[in-house]
Design a protein. Structure first.
Length: 279
């Protein structure tokens, strides 16, 4: 067999070829290939990447290689920093790059290195996520940003670079459910809304905490009027239990919303009585 190539068998008995290389006493799998020559070429590519320090991560053309971009990034990082990471991560002093694709490269704080070394970055519907204990967890949730938050409205990038996911670059404008930051006569205000049969406005408030508590109160009122929906709860950790209770009492909920609840609650009661009569 050619250097770096090992023959293997599939379950159906057909043959394929695996390529491997050993560097700094670490045995590294380079992948599977349909023919011996491709597997050998992959080995030669890896050998050159690991020995030729003139090949830098910033100048490499991934399309010139048989090896995938993920393996190339891992090999170059191992060569330059003596740490082998299976995921396509290249380290710097205070941050690292994660190569989702050769063109799509995200920047993270070095403190997140351990997490992303063991959690593969994925993308679906324009949103980044990882599989964590069998669940899909959005990357932005690590910054306190809610699922389905809107860039520019609920959060911003300080340097306008959406690929820079360092904590210092993430501005979480609105960490609460049912709250929108708005401009009211030149000043910042917060609009609270709740989704029942479409979005329904609860009120406009001076502070973010007032708006978040108003959402909780609106959800409680909806439940009291027979609306069976699992509304999320806003947790305001900055307030003590006593402070939250007083703010809950003080915050106003629009009378229009209360009338709306009484109307749909009454209609729900009529429907229940009709169903009972039919039985």
């Amino acid at each position: 067999m050619l250097t770096g190539v090992f023959i293997a068998k599939k379950k159906d008995g057909s043959t394929y070829y695996r390529s491997n290389i050993t560097y700094k006493s670490k045995h590294i799998s380079l992948g599977s290939f349909p023919c011996e020559l491709d597997a050998h070429h992959a080995y030669l590519e890896a050998d050159r990447l690991l020995k030729d320090e003139s090949i830098s991560i910033s100048k490499i053309l991934f399309s010139d290689y048989l090896l995938g971009h993920e393996k190339i990034v891992s090999l170059l990082n191992f060569r330059d920093h003596n740490i082998y990471i299976k995921n396509p991560i290249y380290m710097y002093r205070t941050y690292f790059h994660y190569y989702l694709t050769p063109e799509e490269v995200y920047k993270f704080d070095i403190d997140d290195l351990f997490y992303f070394s063991s959690h593969k970055l994925l993308k679906r519907g324009g949103r980044l996520y990882v599989n964590d204990y069998g669940m899909q967890v959005t990357v932005l949730s690590r910054y306190g940003i809610r699922n389905f938050a809107v860039a520019g409205k609920d959060y911003q990038f300080a340097n306008q670079d959406p690929y820079d996911l360092r904590y210092e670059n993430i501005i979480n404008i609105n960490p609460f459910h049912g709250v929108r930051r708005i401009n009211q006569n030149g000043t910042v205000a917060y609009e609270t809304y709740i989704h029942i049969r479409g979005d329904y406005q609860i009120g406009i408030y001076d502070t973010l905490h007032q708006a978040a508590i108003a959402y909780n109160k609106a959800a409680d009122l909806a439940h009291q009027h027979g609306i069976e929906k699992n509304f999320p709860t806003n947790f305001i950790t900055e307030l003590s239990a006593r402070e939250y209770a007083q703010a809950y009492i003080d915050v106003a909920v629009s009378e229009k919303y209360r009338k709306y609840l009484r109307r749909i609650g009454k209609n729900a009661g009529i429907m229940i009585k009709k169903e009972m009569y039919k039985m």
